[in-house]
Design a binder for this molecule. Sequence first.
Ligand SMILES: C[S@@+](CC[C@H](N)C(=O)[O-])C[C@H]1O[C@@H](n2cnc3c(N)ncnc32)[C@H](O)[C@@H]1O
Length: 268
Amino acid sequence: MSRQSTEWNAGTYHKVANPHVDWGRRVLARLPLRGDETVIDAGCGTGRLTAELLERLPTGRVIAIDGSANMLQEAAAHLRPRFGDRVSFVQADLQHLRVAAPVDAIFSTATFHWIADHGELFRRLFAALRPGGVLVAQCGGGPNIAGLMAEVKRLQQDAMFAPYFRDWREFWEFADATTTAERLVTAGFVNVATSLEEAPTALAGAPEYHEFLETVVLRLHLEPLPSAALRTSFLDRLTEMSAASDAPFFLDYWRLNLSGQRPERGEP
Ligand SMILES: C[S@@+](CC[C@H](N)C(=O)[O-])C[C@H]1O[C@@H](n2cnc3c(N)ncnc32)[C@H](O)[C@@H]1O
């Protein structure tokens, strides 16, 4: 989150991020909880998974952290009436995270690939955990959406769009499992586990594909385009290419699973 906007169209994200909720539920199922812990949801977005995390913590609390004010506002509107003061909201950049008191666990989905320096991120998360606390997370990794990004790159070089992408640099960190395990160990984590899994995702049709790319995948790729007409043309062209392909409206997602534990006091 450096030169680009940290903001999202949170209302639309809340409606369309169904693949993220499906993936996130499986990550949440891997988080061991008694029900009375304090857990950070790191990159909570609009809080659909935060709500499911809170349901698993009948006497616990969640600190919902996100860099986007829009996302936090949408999350608060859904979660405050249901969970009251068992959930608190913090606008912060996870890359520079500091917590007032260490927490029992950190849960995170579909967020870490937006952060460039995973070594520093993992050091910050480690420092936010109490001894024995766990990190259970998933983000984009490996060859995540490589097929889509090859099409985006070709389109960025098209005469209609190229002038606006002269200084373009890709910003995602789609790390692999081995590198991530090394980074977690370097940050101090034990019981480290990492894996990559394929998560092929088909959207229902052209309008859904267009809206999903605009809101979720390419919101920052559209930023350099100076008019709504150009942004729509860019999305229209991608949607037409996908419609004409062998796998219409398909996204070649890959997810990186990662977990680790802060050693109990006295452990090496
Ligand atoms: C794709 S959304 C995922 C939201 C939610 N976890 C889900 O699975 O639906 C990514 C979220 O990460 C947040 N984010 C990205 N980079 C961040 C950073 N450096 N610090 C805090 N939040 C960040 C974004 O604002 C956004 O809400």
